[in-house]
Design a protein around this ligand. Structure first.
Ligand SMILES: [Zn+2]
Length: 219
């Protein structure tokens, strides 16, 4: 039986019990710092009080997890296994399709840095890409364990580095933060593009009205 058929949120809830909520929180905090899926085996590293190596695999029709943490080594489904499983469910499914650069296609996000830059140039908002990325802190802090750390990391980066899924993967380990950041940049650019468009339209109206006004004044 393939892993995708067995590994569901319902299964994880049932299997991990109280560990589910904690695992979900870990996943949302971007604590999955390495991830690989090969065939029916998913492996990764999850940051808890230490770095734990986790593996999920199908054995005898059900999912087995092993983790190097004290809970995981006793054979129980720990929060690290839940975090890795959720990461796999959200980000790793090959069925979602992959862009040219290997970035998963996610609605409302630029997949590659090339796409991001081309769109920004076309809509006359390329200047926005040079902004320091800490402007995104208010939109991301709920998904990050520390607003202070987040701000410190982001003030050294620009929106260009966070604005595509391809780029943001080098900054954040967790899929949720990656998507939040890429989507926040895309929204910001769209908003800026609307402002630029409105500004240009206003300028056109004004320069069209100007000669008429001058003409009336002269008569
Ligand atoms: Zn564990």
């Amino acid at each position: 039986m393939p892993l995708a058929d067995v590994l569901t949120r319902a299964f994880l809830r049932a299997r991990a019990g109280y560990g589910y909520e904690r695992g979900e929180r870990y996943w949302k905090q971007g604590r999955v710092s390495a991830y690989a899926a090969r065939g029916d085996t998913v492996s990764g590293v999850v940051r808890g009080s230490e770095m734990y190596r986790v593996r999920l695999l199908v054995a005898g029709g059900h999912v087995e997890a092993d983790c190097t943490c004290p809970v995981g080594v006793s054979g129980l489904f720990c929060k690290h296994a839940v975090a890795l499983a959720l990461h796999h469910l959200e980000a790793g499914e090959p069925a979602r399709g992959r862009g040219a650069a290997g970035a998963a296609a996610v609605e409302g996000c630029f997949a590659t840095r090339g796409e991001l830059e081309a769109w920004a140039v076309q809509h006359r908002v390329a200047f926005e890409l040079a902004l320091a990325a800490d402007v995104l802190v208010p939109e991301l802090e709920h998904a990050h364990p520390s607003a202070w750390t987040l701000r410190r990391e982001l003030c050294l980066l620009t929106l260009r580095e966070l604005g595509s899924l391809e780029g943001v993967r080098r900054v954040f380990g967790g899929a949720q933060l990656q998507q939040l950041a890429a989507a926040a940049v895309a929204r910001r650019l769209a908003q800026r593009a609307d402002e630029v468009k409105a500004g240009l339209a206003e300028e056109r109206t004004r320069s069209a009205a100007l000669p008429a006004a001058v003409a009336t004044g002269a008569s």
